[in-house]
Write a protein that binds this ligand. Sequence first.
Ligand code: PLP
Length: 384
Amino acid sequence: MAKRPPNATDLIHGDAPPGALARTVGPPIQKGSTVLLPNAAALYDDEHFLTYGRTGLAAQAALAQALAGLEGAAGVALYPSGVAALSGAMLALLKAGDAVRIVDTVYKPTRRFCDQVLTRYGVEVEYYDPAMPADHLFAQAPANLRLVLLESPGSLTLEMQDVAAIAAAARARGVLTVMDNTWGAGWLFRPLDHGVDVSVQSLTKYVGGHSDLFMGSAAARNPAVFSKLSQGITHMGWAVAGDDAYQMLRGLRTLPVRMGRHGESGLKIATWLTEQSQVVKVLHPALPGAPGHELWRRDYTGACGLFSIVLKPGNDADGFLDALKLFGLGFSWGGFESLALACDPQLKVRRYPKAYGGPVVRLHVGLEDPDDLIADLAQALAGV
Ligand SMILES: Cc1ncc(COP(=O)(O)O)c(C=O)c1O
């Protein structure tokens, strides 16, 4: 008997359900909003079944598990960007009537979220100087202080904080600590080991490593805190794609090798910069004698490629930047390529402004040959 031509039902149901997958070194990239469940009871059994794809499938679970190992966490929540991880963690942990203390060197979009969103929802926002000793910070704190946000080193001027002292003082008062640890990437510094409640990073930077992917993570050791972060994601409806999670996991595999090279080249270039007459200061915490070096030496196992320099007063930062050939001009960092930008326009919003002694330029040292980068900096400095 002649087989009838295929109809729409055949196109939808004509394939065989997948059998056991061949084992590859990376996780399968599953794509799915709908998750098919084995029986009617399972449809409403969220405790034993994953019932909807938004919470993440194989690749997201593999990435979260690997990051939990990196951070020493009970669980890691994934967000569509680093800013989403910072804002998501704060939204999940705060309520109207709470007060927060935010480090003054915080990443500018995090500051914007605190000033423009948290305040709208009745959270009192104040900034503190990164150098403020923990006991001063808490001596001045109101009774409704619920959360302290740290970012160390700050991503423009690289000011270091005494993370362990702040975390211990906060915990003694029942105040939560959240740290933006994008510089340390969980590899050079593990905030949870130092008493921080939530370690956040923009995975977009060093974990992704190729400047082509957005994602953020928030890691917690206390299961109750992690549960709040997860609930926050459920309430906000955030999701990350399986393809992105796969790519991020691929980046994580080579993080130590890349980070070693970023750190080594960065220090070589920073050291060379200390000897240049056009540079008055190098703001790199791993450089002996630089501000924050003692805290870095106490807490960190290495350095990444991000640091800043202060040009002699009167020198034209834009002229220097425009003369660079290998360093691209652009935001972000953590990728394989070297980047530079002027910091002063962003430093204007500081509550506790500091005199750095000249125009501040941030450099991200990528994976190029450091001698080529030095030659590029030398020719650009010669012109300032
Ligand atoms: C210190 C720091 N935290 C967070 C972020 C935000 O990351 P994302 O671009 O993934 O939102 C950035 C981005 O530049 C950053 O520099």
